[in-house]
Design a protein around this ligand. Structure first.
Ligand SMILES: [Zn+2]
Length: 211
């Protein structure tokens, strides 16, 4: 079992990170991916993974933090150039219209640049896609439109909580789907039907463990 998405390296993680790794291994989780959400946090992810067995780092800017992308992109680009072998994927990146912490314009720009990096450095991506409270689909529309500009894009749509309509688009692009604890308590029928329709070979598991 691999935890494909967690944030236990983060300075905001309140538990003992090393104990979390030990506990995960004890519970049968053989590998963990620690996911960066901004430049500083991505650096921390690389440092964390470099000193621990079976732990792998991703680097990127979360859509919530897209408003600061301009000031972070040089540092991230430098990480990609100097630490390529230590980086298994780009992300967490994508689109989030639920909280609106960053404008749509900033989010699209940050996401497009990270898709460009993935193509240039031949990396898969870790996607975060979440619609607004009234419309899940608009985020996926924007997401698919951008992804389709980069035909060789590969990666995982993490913490999938959308319904069947968006799942078709995800599967037709051969993207993986990250499933976490939300799937165990959701009462959303459309979401539960989507999870049932998800082929096992495209499903990956994650805790999304964070502070
Ligand atoms: Zn995350």
């Amino acid at each position: 079992v691999i935890d494909t998405h967690c944030h236990i390296h983060s300075k905001f993680f309140e538990l003992d990170s090393d104990q979390a790794v030990l506990d995960a291994h004890g519970a049968g989780v053989s590998k963990l991916m620690v996911v960066g959400v901004n430049a500083e946090d991505s650096q921390a992810a690389i440092a964390f993974a470099a000193t621990r067995e079976n732990t792998f780092a991703t680097i990127g800017v979360h859509p919530h933090e897209a408003k600061d992308f301009y000031s972070q992109q040089a540092a991230l680009r430098q990480l990609l150039e100097t630490k390529t072998a230590d980086i298994v994927a780009i992300g967490e990146c994508g689109i989030d219209y639920w909280y609106g912490h960053s404008s749509r314009e900033d989010q699209l720009l940050a996401f497009r640049t990270q898709l460009e990096w993935a193509a240039e450095f031949d990396k898969p991506l870790v996607f975060h896609v979440r619609g607004s409270k009234d419309d899940q689909k608009v985020a996926f529309r924007d997401f698919f439109a951008l992804v389709d500009e980069f035909p060789n894009t590969r990666g995982v749509v993490h913490s999938y909580t959308a319904g069947q309509a968006s799942l078709e688009g995800v599967l037709s692009r051969s993207l993986f789907v990250g499933v976490n604890g939300i799937a165990t308590f959701s009462k959303d029928n459309d979401q539960l039907e989507a999870l049932k329709a998800l082929p096992l070979e495209l499903m990956v598991l994650e805790t999304d463990a964070h502070s």
